[in-house]
Design a protein around this ligand. Structure first.
Ligand SMILES: NC(=O)c1ccc[n+]([C@@H]2O[C@H](COP(=O)([O-])OP(=O)(O)OC[C@H]3O[C@@H](n4cnc5c(N)ncnc54)[C@H](O)[C@@H]3O)[C@@H](O)[C@H]2O)c1
Length: 431
């Protein structure tokens, strides 16, 4: 499967060939194909030989096999070999890094990305690296993984630091994207006190750094600060409806106090701040087992397992594709908008409808790849978790007016790309 054959169309039916925007003197556009080569093509050669093959497979044979999977980008990917019989993998190093823009020093930013080895962070890192900036990732690998950014390790513009943001950190930088915080309920609830510490102390430390270095600071807030909203859709002036003592409070209240801190530093110390209120986002590199609905559905459907809907499925959600979010974050960082900005996709689905859409797309991709039709997976219902909001949809008027940003990816296009990503991962034995 070569991603260059996959055509993607936006909401108006125009083909998407680049992602990114040219806004506020910061051009973040990169070809979609180049970006895809970093996550969609298989990084593995699957070998049917036993482990002796490591020594038997010549470099040339290995390269030929790898080229089949990564035509055009072979040089820029590690040629690791997966052995299904022993479920082991032999990693190689890159022969060459993916080409990055050569920016003049005056335009090159030194960017710190906390949580840069996570789902959102790694996609932001890819974009900033391809654009030619210098990127430092700070991550304690609680939910993130080195593998999400391993294709940049060793690059002269890139640094990966294992560090917990609860502890202070000093570095010279021009911009800070503060993303470090577990984002899925099972992860942020497993150690609620740590989640609050990460939200509060992590944000305090990074704001202190921004104050000292005069870096622009962007914090990744969330639609969860609106709680179970009484206003629909949610606009930025709505104060929210959060249960302060429920099981989700460590995250929701942690993010609320992180916003309070951010504006405290702005008022008291003149720190240049940006606040992105991110709504449900999905895309490749999401952990499929962390209870987030899109990845859950796709992996269940691909494995032929029942798809689990919590409650009766009438609760609504809107889902945004990762590339739209990264466009929005970069535009916000470049803009003069220091008020909170919702970044999300307003297309609303009931969870039941969404499950059906995923099932249909998985069947379509399987058919395109020549996999014979199997029994249709069932959609089953389980009890609703505590404090799960009934409705969530962003009002993105501010993002449109201040940033000239609006989502381009339809759910259908995003899901299709993600299905292909997980399908390759399953085939590689990586899920
Ligand atoms: N994905 C979404 O739908 C969504 C929605 C709203 C807000 N957000 C916010 O965006 C940010 C990134 O979310 P994500 O989906 O990429 O989650 P993720 O769990 O994939 O990534 C979070 C990253 O932060 C790291 N991290 C956690 N605690 C840390 C600590 N104490 N010190 C250093 N690193 C730490 C993790 O190891 C991981 O790499 C989070 O702040 C999240 O709250 C995400």
């Amino acid at each position: 499967m070569s991603p260059s054959y996959i055509k993607t169309f936006d909401k108006e039916g125009n083909e998407i060939t680049t992602v990114g925007l040219d806004r506020f003197g910061f051009d973040s556009r990169v070809p979609l194909d180049v970006l895809r080569s970093l996550y969609l093509r298989s990084h593995y050669i699957i070998s049917n030989n036993d482990t002796k093959a490591i020594v038997n497979l010549s470099d040339k044979e290995a390269e030929a096999e790898h080229a089949k999977l990564s035509s055009g980008y072979t040089l820029f990917q590690p040629t690791s070999i997966y052995f299904p019989e022993t479920a082991s993998v032999s990693y190689s190093t890159l022969s060459r890094f993916p080409p990055v823009k050569l920016l003049p020093l005056s335009q090159r930013k030194r960017v710190l990305v906390t949580g840069g080895a996570g789902f959102v962070g790694s996609h932001l890192v890819d974009r900033l690296m391809l654009l030619g900036h210098e990127v430092t990732v700070l991550d304690n690998f609680f939910t993130g993984s080195k593998t999400t950014v391993s294709h940049w390790v060793g690059h002269p513009n890139f640094e990966l630091v294992r560090h917990d943001v609860v502890e202070p950190f000093m570095i010279e930088c021009d911009q800070i994207y503060h993303l470090a915080c577990p984002a899925s309920p099972p992860h942020y609830q497993v150690n609620a006190v740590k989640t609050i510490k990460t939200s509060f102390m992590g944000t305090l430390n990074m704001l202190g750094l921004a104050k000292r270095t005069k870096a622009r600071f962007l914090t990744s807030s969330t639609s969860e600060i609106y709680g179970d909203p009484e206003v629909h859709p949610q606009h930025e002036d709505y104060w929210g409806h959060v249960n302060p003592i429920g099981p989700r409070a460590c995250y929701d209240e942690g993010k609320r106090v992180a916003e309070t801190l951010t504006y405290g530093f702005q008022r008291q110390d003149g720190v240049d701040v940006r606040v992105a209120r991110i709504f449900n986002t999905y895309g490749p590199r999401m952990n499929p087992y962390d209870g987030r609905v899109v990845s859950n559905f796709i992996v269940q459907a691909l494995k032929g397992e029942d798809m689990t809907v919590y409650g009766d499925g009438t609760q609504t959600r809107s889902f945004q594709y990762i590339h739209d979010l990264i466009d929005g974050l970069i535009a916000l960082m470049g803009s003069d908008e220091s008020r909170p900005v919702n970044i999300g996709n307003g297309d609303e689905f009931t969870i039941g409808e969404f499950a059906e859409l995923v099932r249909e797309i998985v069947e379509k991709v399987q058919a395109e790849d020549g996999i014979p039709h199997q029994k249709r997976v069932e959609i089953v219902h389980k009890p609703m978790p505590t404090d799960d909001p009934q409705k969530r949809r962003p009002d993105t008027t501010r993002a449109k007016q201040s940033l000239g940003w609006q989502p381009r990816w339809t759910a259908r296009m995003g899901i299709e790309e993600m299905v292909r990503y997980y399908k390759a991962k399953l085939a590689e034995g990586d899920l």
